[in-house]
Ligand binder design. Structure first.
Ligand SMILES: [Zn+2]
Length: 532
């Protein structure tokens, strides 16, 4: 039985708009005009009228944290409660009451951003969380995931009463704030989920993603929990796949932090490309530095508004050299988080060495975020043929701080999304969810307008993408990043029938209204997985 979708505005991703397409056995089998597609109709075929709605390939978020998203969905959501500490306190109190969390049990929150506070821009403190509860251990993680704050009960339960020096991190008992690697001190001692709980998180996340039109996720999950081995996370995915319950195609950006862990992973038979259309091993993922918001992005020079601070580098040059070389010579694709230009220097040098030592044509290794960049770094990325995993939605917040933090000069050559594309590099989009909600259409609006969602800007409008380019960054380019350019990401015969039906065409609404477009239906392999 075929499904014939007709009378739509179909963005095929191949440069032409069509009005109809046919699906059979999970794949597109024909694309054309409504008459052409209707002429294929046989007895049991179903005809679906798209009612002139816009259709494109399902969104593929090329860098996010799916398990973590599912986990956050079960925590107190602080993303919408960031106007003041009082707001956060109230949200936590409400959450404790609504979830009936007993004294002694952990209360987790995620998503606040002090830069959005209306009264001051200070981090929340231990004392302010004590005002919420001294009975519950509380841990709230900043939207970027690079800092957290705990209350006194949490420090007591965790048994943390002295400050030790931590490589790549810092913490302060007086304020209860923990940064980067030091967050491990907290996370490692939190109750760890078992496989059944991880599966629940994955299913929750898949549902949330489908509702936003997302059918594919390049996701960094293996380090989602400090004490749960990566094997459990992979097993959770495998079980869900076998149970036919996965509704998002997963490409695992496998974060392994030591050469030993990477060797163990390889010895277990895992490597880029191993797996199926539903769950596949992706690149080795490494974290280079922190975030701009938390001032932990690693800068070549100091922060413009705090010149003695350069941020945090998570790996030394030697450590990068070893990990990148080991992964590259073993046939792994590599994706490395870099926000500051200082860490990007290091990563580019390590890539250069590894590629020279072991040349490989189509490695598709790359840089995740690619935010603060100098022109010669972009040229080097071009020479090394690196993939750029951008998050255009980050402009929504970063426009407010980029000049103050990075300084005028560096800000004037950063977030160079269009330049990267012009240089012939592949540029795929994503949200780093749960840093941002996985709303592709919000990211597309920011990529096109170079403004915040509320209209502040534009910041470097010469780096804007056009609507087509932005849509492709969320579909075909993400597919390219998983070596799937002939498998998905476009509406073309032979490709997986993953697609979304939108309430409006992003080409027809004003650019600053793209984020208001609704996802009406989401299809995965020809089956409807979301409908509103
Ligand atoms: Zn990330």
């Amino acid at each position: 039985m075929k499904q014939l979708f007709v009378n739509g505005q179909v963005f095929t991703g191949t440069g032409v708009m069509r009005s109809a397409f046919a699906e059979e056995n999970g794949k597109f089998i024909a694309v054309g005009s409504t008459e052409e597609i209707l002429s294929l109709k046989e007895e049991n075929d179903q005809v679906i009228d798209l009612a002139n709605r816009f259709v494109c390939a399902g969104f593929i978020d090329s860098h996010m944290h799916l398990v973590n998203y599912g986990n956050v969905m079960g925590c107190c959501n602080l993303m919408e409660h960031t106007t003041s500490v009082a707001d956060i306190q109230q949200a936590l109190r409400d959450f404790i009451a609504a979830e009936k969390i007993p004294a002694g049990s952990w209360v987790r929150g995620r998503g606040w951003n002090q830069d959005y506070f209306v009264d001051n821009h200070d981090l929340p403190t231990r004392a302010q969380l004590d005002a919420v509860s001294t009975e519950h251990p509380i841990c709230i993680t900043r939207c970027c995931g690079h800092s957290l704050v705990v209350n006194s009960k949490a420090l007591e339960v965790l048994g943390i009463d002295t400050v030790e020096k931590i490589d790549g991190g810092a913490y302060d008992l007086a304020t209860g704030a923990f940064f980067d690697s030091a967050m491990t001190l907290v996370y490692a001692r939190l109750p760890q989920p078992d496989r059944a709980e991880i599966k629940k998180m994955i299913l929750r996340a898949c549902k949330g993603l489908n509702a936003l039109g997302v059918t594919g996720s390049h996701t960094d999950d293996l380090c989602a929990f400090e004490n749960t081995p990566w094997q459990e996370v992979i097993a959770a995915y495998h079980e869900l796949e076998a149970e036919n319950k996965l509704t998002v195609r997963v490409y695992e950006q496998s974060q392994l932090t030591t050469p030993e862990a990477l060797r163990e992973f390889l010895a277990a038979g895992y490597k880029t490309g191993v797996g199926s259309d539903m769950f596949k091993i992706g690149p080795l993922k490494l974290l280079g530095d922190g975030s701009l918001g938390a001032r932990t992005a690693y800068m070549r020079k100091g922060y413009a508004d705090q010149p003695d601070e350069r941020g945090l580098a998570i790996f030394t040059q030697e450590q990068f050299d070893e990990m990148i070389c080991l992964a590259h010579e073993n046939g792994m694709q590599i994706a490395i988080h870099a926000i500051g230009d200082g860490i990007l220097d290091r990563i580019l040098l390590s890539y250069e060495k590894a590629f020279a030592l072991c040349p490989r044509e189509d490695h598709r290794s790359g840089i995740v975020h690619v935010q603060l960049t100098r022109p010669e770094q972009l040229k080097k990325m071009q020479r090394l043929n690196l993939h750029a995993y951008i998050q255009s939605i980050f402009l929504d917040y970063d426009i407010n701080i980029v000049e103050a933090r990075a300084g005028k000069e560096l800000a004037s050559t950063s977030y160079a999304f269009h330049t990267l594309k012009q240089m012939g590099l592949h540029v795929s989009n994503g949200t780093d969810c749960p840093v941002e909600m996985p709303r592709a259409l919000h990211g597309i609006q920011c990529a096109v307008t170079r403004c915040t969602l509320s209209g502040k800007g534009p910041y470097r409008p010469e780096e804007a993408m056009d609507v087509s380019e932005a849509l492709l960054s969320y579909t075909a380019e993400s597919a390219h990043a998983s070596f799937d350019e002939n498998v998905k990401g476009k509406i073309q015969p032979g490709m997986l029938a993953d697609f979304v039906v939108l309430s409006d065409s992003p080409f027809r609404v004003p650019a600053n209204k793209i984020s208001a477009i609704q996802v009406k239906k989401t299809f995965l392999g020809g089956a409807c997985v979301y409908e509103r």
